[in-house]
Design a protein around this ligand. Sequence first.
Ligand code: HPA
Length: 292
Amino acid sequence: MSMHLSEQIQASVAAIRQYSDTEPLVGLILGSGLGTLVESIEGGVAVPYDQIPHMAPSTVLGHQGQFILGRLADLPVVAMQGRLHFYEGYSMGQTTFPVRVMRALGCQVLIVTNAAGGIHPDYQVGDVMRIVDHVNLLGMAGNNPLYGPNDPALGPRFVELGEAYDLELGALADEVAGELDLSLQHGIYAQLSGPSFETPAEIRFLRLIGADAVGMSTAAEVVVARHGGMRVLGFSHISNVALGEPPRAPAEPQPALAAADPHHEVLEAGRRAIPHLEALIRGVLQRLPEVL
Ligand code: HPA
């Protein structure tokens, strides 16, 4: 029989403790192109995922594949520079294992970020959306990260998700955004499998079911964070807008293929939003002790 999940988590924690004795209070997951946020972590110690037992390596361009432990805005944090995705061939359990590790390291709060396609008609490239709720499409279709035996030491069998995204943390983020004069959209994030982007018909479907942004991560991580009792704050950086236009008539001239690779565009747009998200997250961390 394979090692129990909680033993795997403990082995990973032990490996990380060899590198750093930081006891993080906050876990940060940095999405596509947002990994440079870690440069502002003071005394940051990097622990590559391949040095940690039971952690899958990150295989995606723009996702470095390491934890950084240190201090940000005077709070002990652990950041994931590069997350793990289902489309890399990992199970939902593997993609969310790092969240388990963060919890076991002591994190009470998880701040998730991602690059997402904007579906809400008002969204523009470069917007930051605070995630107020999600649609875990893969989970609804039978691929929930909590599928399988439940270890009560890690969390309850049935997890309430009525307030998956913490209202108090959200209100704090809104206040900080106001102080920074940074406009913040509020919306619902839909997680799909990827790696293919959506067809126009799929975008229209997502709009119908109430999604405001779409991406290939996050919802499963949030489910696991809530299972472990962490409080969650989430932000999507709108790196492109997904229009959901009907297919072009064949008679119409076809536009030239975009020179840029869409994944590259996602990384570029992420770079432009970094200062905003960084200021916002730092501001939230500064005021976090007020709500813990
Ligand atoms: N679709 C899915 N995932 C994404 C997108 C998108 O348009 N942009 C960034 N991640």
